[in-house]
Design a protein around this ligand. Sequence first.
Ligand code: SAM
Length: 263
Amino acid sequence: MDYVHGYSDYEAGRLRNSARALRDLLHADVRYAEGACVLEAPCGVGAQTEFLVANNPGTRFVCADISAASVRVAMGQNPGLPFLAGDLYALPFPGATFDHVFACFVLEHLDRPGRALENLLGVLKPGGTITSIEGDHGSCFFYPETPEALAAWACLPKLQALLGGDSLIGRRMYSVLARAGFEDVRIDPIRIYCDPSLPHMMNGFVEDTIVGMLRGIEPEVIARGLLDAAVFRKGVEDILAIKTHPDGAFCYTFFRAVGRKPA
Ligand SMILES: C[S@@+](CC[C@H](N)C(=O)[O-])C[C@H]1O[C@@H](n2cnc3c(N)ncnc32)[C@H](O)[C@@H]1O
């Protein structure tokens, strides 16, 4: 299946800005023991990798992504770490290799998220854990809200569904992990909230993450006729304007799941 965000330099920058803005929220409890061996999959361009490494000195990380080009960029950003090309549907590791897995922002893109999780379960040692973080585009609301902004935002889940994914997967994380065979599954909804008193979140989340995602899909939205081009562009500008509106507010929820491989 096609990957909704693509692999442009623009997207690499968006992933990095977004990871920086969300660092404290997403990585708050992600701590591993010294000497533990952790698989980060997928690693993309290594945007989360630098935070994993900084927060977990002494942990050994192995990082994989289906895109060889992204892996090369990630390597350049995080020299000295083992990076390799690897498909979640055909992982290049023997069973029971890792103590933990960190999987961020990928299940929504997959047509068989359960199969990918089963494969990640397979490469974990018994008793090992997975941390899996996904968004849910249905969890989003904002002020001011215009019809064009709502219509533009709705294009993202529509396009993802056409490509075989599900950008509303956040709300299903418990059952998706439990059905794949993980036990003790715990879900933490992580709420992102932005208002004028939080300009760094308006920049890092509303502009870099949300507007960044929408700008990235514009050619595909127009090519597929999902929305009139002028309406889409006005909707994106309306969402961007929330950033500087005196009453602007934006809310979104990510879901962080932790599950354990049965011992
Ligand atoms: C939104 S990016 C997230 C990357 C990274 N986890 C981050 O948070 O910056 C999604 C990544 O999933 C990768 N991906 C998509 N399908 C994959 C598959 N079947 N196996 C491995 N990686 C895959 C893409 O290449 C892309 O790098």
